[in-house]
Unconditional design. Structure first.
Length: 459
């Protein structure tokens, strides 16, 4: 393990390996009840996940926004890094608007025998997720039900947690069996299998977030698990705001079986974002995030948390949402504002953006293109959404001349970690690695718990 200064403390070492659930560690064959979660477009990269696996720790690769061939390549690179039995998993992102993308991802995961997925943004299980979960389910010689494919569900609402703690919906099981997507024996065992092995409760996290307080949400879902017969074997994890030993220790005291970190890992050597972005993240404080519209759900006003310090993206993103709510078309926007958007925000004309967007939708979503051509407000939404996609690309590429337009998903845990590491050998991100942070946070959390619980017992 690693301490803050990289040197083992004198005396008996605190048992970081004992934090959390022994079942979780056994199930995944890992040293610590600690996970690095997925991040969009491979920011939680093959290198990051591979390094975690080599260290005997579990990480999930971020598949969102990537083509199947790139995901397939990442699986190969991770397997090469971790060996035949090393722990790793892949993200499966809910896509109710285009279920085919989920289906293609599940096809790939089953073909490549990927045994762990992190299911994100699911309110209810989809047919693709149920097919992944139930494929290969069978009874062992002793009569126990064997479930080869492990699911970690990420949730921020009790109703979503409830659906993961329960077996797969009967109508989806019946439909999958009728189409031979799963076998009759797999369908027959579905009532004995909760949809998730692990359930991660997300509080105030980076990216899409409900900004729920972990201190209230986590205990409620732990109680829900304990009262659910089918969910009694499900391990409950905590995420959102975990970037210091104190936050890590608090999660375990609240009943977490494991912790999951996200934002802090994108400021490590192995993360798949640009060095320029890592420099910005390293300078962030706990107060340096902002709430913006989520670009993929602009129409309904869903929110996301991003880095705010030194960037104009948050103000510009919120301006676009205000304009979307106020106007019914691009043409209805007043002339000075149209000039501001095209010359300063987008740096290209509405027509240029529309031509690029239309070419994309012509191959990926022809129905969506037809709707936009018939509905001026929807066309405006797609033009505005282009900016959100473009701002992510700028950050991924490290286009420093367009730094003010970077969209960087980030929660306050990043600033908390920076404050904790200030003045140490890990202050600079070039010395940070995901497994190093895992060992540090868990060892220091264990030491902190030991001291404080001893102090409480003494009084």
């Amino acid at each position: 393990m690693t301490t803050l200064d990289g040197v083992a403390p004198a005396g008996v070492r605190p048992p970081a390996e004992a934090l959390g659930s022994a079942e979780f560690r056994r199930r995944h064959g890992v040293r610590l009840a600690y996970v690095t979660g997925s991040m969009y477009k491979g920011i939680s990269s093959a290198e990051l996940v591979g390094r975690m696996g080599r260290a005997g720790l579990l990480g999930y690769f971020g598949t969102g926004g990537l083509r199947p061939e790139h995901i397939d390549e990442a699986i190969g690179r991770i397997r090469e890094a971790v060996g035949p039995h090393g722990p790793f998993g892949m993200n499966l992102l809910a896509n109710p608007e285009d279920p085919r993308r989920e289906e293609k991802a599940v096809d790939l995961f089953l073909a490549r025998r990927v045994r762990r997925v992190e299911a994100a943004a699911f309110i209810q299980p989809s047919a693709a997720l149920v097919r992944y979960r139930l494929s290969g389910v069978h009874r062992a010689a002793d009569g126990s039900v064997v479930v080869p494919n492990s699911v970690l569900g990420k949730v921020s609402r009790p109703e979503a947690a409830r659906s993961f703690l329960a077996p797969a919906p009967a109508h989806l099981v019946s439909s999958l069996a009728a189409s031979s997507a799963i076998g009759a024996h797999e369908a027959a065992l579905a009532p004995y299998v909760p949809m998730a092995d692990d359930l991660c409760v997300e509080g105030d996290s980076g990216g899409h977030t409900d900004q729920r307080q972990l201190i209230t949400l986590l205990p409620e879902i732990v109680r829900m698990r304990d009262r659910t017969a089918a969910g009694r074997t499900v391990c409950i994890g905590a995420a959102g705001g975990i970037g210091t030993p104190e936050a890590t220790a608090a999660a375990f005291l609240l009943g977490a079986d494991f912790v999951l970190t996200g934002s802090i890992n994108q400021c490590t050597v192995e993360a798949g974002t640009a060095d320029d972005v890592k420099d910005l993240l390293q300078a962030a404080g706990v107060q340096d995030t902002a709430m913006v519209p989520a670009g993929d759900m602009l129409e309904i006003g869903a929110r996301a948390q991003v880095l705010g310090k030194g960037l104009l993206f948050p103000a510009r993103a919120n301006k676009l949402y205000e304009l979307y709510r106020r106007y019914d078309s691009l043409e209805a926007i007043d002339a000075p504002t149209r000039r501001q958007l095209q010359e300063r925000f987008f740096r290209r004309s509405f027509e240029e953006i529309w031509q690029e967007t239309a070419a994309h939708y012509a191959t990926r979503d022809p129905d969506g293109l037809a709707r936009a051509e018939a509905d001026p407000k929807h066309r405006m939404a797609l033009v505005f959404k282009w900016y959100f996609v473009h701002s992510t690309r700028l950050a991924m590429a490290g286009r420093s001349e367009r730094r003010v337009d970077y969209q960087v998903a980030c929660g306050p845990a990043m600033g908390a970690l920076n404050g904790y590491l200030a003045g140490t050998s890990l202050e600079n991100w070039r010395a940070r690695h995901p497994d190093t942070l895992a060992d540090l946070l868990m060892a220091e959390a264990a030491a902190l718990l030991r001291v404080r619980l001893t102090r409480i017992a003494a009084h």
